[in-house]
Ligand binder design. Structure first.
Ligand SMILES: C[S@@+](CC[C@H](N)C(=O)[O-])C[C@H]1O[C@@H](n2cnc3c(N)ncnc32)[C@H](O)[C@@H]1O
Length: 346
């Protein structure tokens, strides 16, 4: 198992480097060397659940997330000096400060090892919002917004964010300005009358610990992502949304029903891959069954921004919209996984 864990750190270092976080890549390399040398991190990862694939379950990001959370909570001042998210800058001694923290706070790292990474990416709202706007404009009805795999529920408040999508501007905060390709969308702010989300472990960002948890999954040197997450946390503290700790299928069974005078929207992004196959099939059947019950005055929609994996191993992230009555599926856009660019097809 230790070889598989070391391999996962190697893989993660490369991924972090390519995705724009040299700080995370450096700490993955530190972790790898420490594990291979039998240092403090080797002791921590000896607690890894052997039934979990360390690469798929992102062991390195669980531990880096733990360190970042301690920094954000003010419990790791030495390491904080190196973290831009805490006003610092990566410097000499970062590796030693990281390993010292691992030794001092072994309890926190062992706990973090057992927790999922739950990146709630606000940039995805730049992809979801034009789709939601289009669905709402089609019906002219107020919206019941239901999100599965909602994490901290930040994107349940997407109508409060600001957008510049191909030159079409709506004011708000955080301001999302993706590189836009294709025709400019027509943006109409939907009237959202109900906001609810579910997650296996919802994060309550109203608390300091919850906000630190949500923020800890954003890599510390990706300042722009970090700032928009902090702005979205501020929005979430003002705009209430109910989050339930219930698995997606069970939750939809109760809530995804046509409601007279409203468009009921099931929204999800980057969560479908985590569902076991039987759950996916059950949710698909439920959605079709509820769709068949919808009417023009009680319509339903499913707005999904999820990766589409191809047989040759390649993938793209696609925004799709299905609307009932009828159930027609439209592919609205392809986009960067964090919403850095959008290729709008409509
Ligand atoms: C990568 S995060 C994405 C969060 C958010 N949708 C976004 O795009 O920013 C995936 C989330 O799905 C949740 N999740 C995984 N399986 C789930 C299930 N069966 N029911 C509800 N949520 C689930 C995880 O806990 C995690 O918070």
């Amino acid at each position: 198992m230790i070889d598989a864990i070391a391999d996962a750190f190697r893989f993660q270092s490369d991924a972090c480097g390519r995705l724009g976080s040299p700080l995370s890549a450096r700490l993955c390399d530190t972790g790898l060397a420490d594990i291979e040398a039998g240092g403090p991190l080797a002791g921590i990862v000896s607690h890894w659940d052997p039934d979990l694939d360390p690469k798929k379950n992102v062991v390195a990001l669980r531990l880096l997330g733990t360190a970042h959370r301690l920094v954000l909570l003010g419990q790791a001042p030495d390491l904080a000096r190196h973290y831009p998210s805490a006003g610092g800058a990566p410097g000499a001694g970062m590796e030693a400060d990281f390993l010292a923290l691992v030794s001092e706070r072994a309890d926190a790292f062992i706990a973090g090892l057992g927790e999922q990474v739950q990146t709630n990416e606000v940039g995805r709202a730049a992809v979801l919002f034009p789709g939601l706007s289009m669905a709402a404009a089609t019906t002219g009805l107020p919206v019941r917004l239901l999100e599965i795999g909602t994490a901290a529920g930040l994107n349940l408040r997407l109508d409060h964010f600001g957008y510049d999508l191909g030159g079409v501007v709506l004011d708000g905060s955080p301001m999302l300005v993706p590189e836009w390709n294709g025709a400019a969308p027509s943006l109409v702010a939907p009237d959202i009358v109900e906001r609810r989300g579910c997650d296996l472990e919802p994060i309550d960002v109203v608390t300091e610990a919850g906000a630190a948890r949500a923020e800890s999954f954003v890599w510390p040197d990706m300042t722009e992502r970090f700032e928009r997450m902090a702005a979205a946390v501020a929005v979430a503290r003002k705009v209430p949304a109910r989050l339930d700790a219930v698995p997606a299928g069970e939750w939809l069974d109760e809530l995804f029903t046509p409601a007279d005078g409203a468009l009921t929207v099931l929204q999800h992004s980057v969560m479908w891959q985590y569902l076991p196959d039987p759950d996916k099939a059950a949710i698909e059947a439920l959605v079709d069954e509820r769709g068949a019950r919808s009417t023009v005055s009680a319509p339903l929609a499913q707005l999904a921004f999820e990766p589409r994996f191809r047989e040759d191993g390649s993938w793209t992230f696609e925004l799709t919209l299905r609307m009932w009555p009828g159930g027609r599926r439209r592919r609205l856009a392809t986009a960067h996984p964090h919403g850095a660019w959008v290729r709008w097809r409509e």
